[in-house]
Design a protein around this ligand. Structure first.
Ligand SMILES: [Zn+2]
Length: 166
């Protein structure tokens, strides 16, 4: 996919979200600063963005068209992993939606590769602005970074098979 990446300073907010206001952009930046404050000092969060999705690309596309994405690896050892993600994406109906979930390695008998757990989302509709949605979901994303950081905890939480230890 044709994406760009960088720290939040480099994200071309005005181009990605032409409908949003200057006040919204200020609130988005403050939310992103909140993420950087809980990351390792000197290692700000990297974001990925998809300029080809600024306009709703329509329902026919496979998968969710994402506009802006942040992912954090919470655990990655010995073929097991846990990640937190936050993204601004389109709904099937062409509404902006901010979404966050935990994803964890699959250890089912049938390999699903990953499972998404504990998703939260806010759709930009009515009185909910992009900044409102981004602030609410970023708040949950930051909580995820604080833990639990154990993939087994999250698989148990979602009633998924735990990893078989040989
Ligand atoms: Zn599975």
């Amino acid at each position: 996919m044709n994406s760009r990446s960088g720290t939040f300073d480099a994200v071309p907010l005005e181009a990605l979200f032409p409908e949003a206001s200057v006040a919204d952009f200020g609130r988005l930046r403050r939310s992103a600063d909140g993420i950087d404050r809980v990351r390792t000092p000197g290692k700000p969060q990297l974001w990925e963005w998809f300029p080809q999705h600024v306009r709703f690309p329509g329902q026919s596309m496979a998968g969710t068209p994402e506009i802006l994405l942040a992912e954090v690896s919470l655990y990655d050892e010995d073929a097991d992993w846990l990640e937190a993600s936050l993204d601004v994406e389109w709904t099937k109906e062409g509404l902006l939606n901010v979404w966050s979930a935990i994803s964890v390695a699959c250890w089912c008998e049938v390999d699903h590769n990953a499972h998404y757990i504990d998703p939260v989302e806010r759709t930009v509709i009515g009185s909910t602005s992009l900044a409102d949605a981004f602030e609410a979901v970023t708040h949950r994303f930051i909580q995820r970074l604080a833990g639990p950081l154990d993939p087994e905890f999250w698989r148990a939480h979602a009633s998924l098979p735990c990893r078989e230890h040989e």
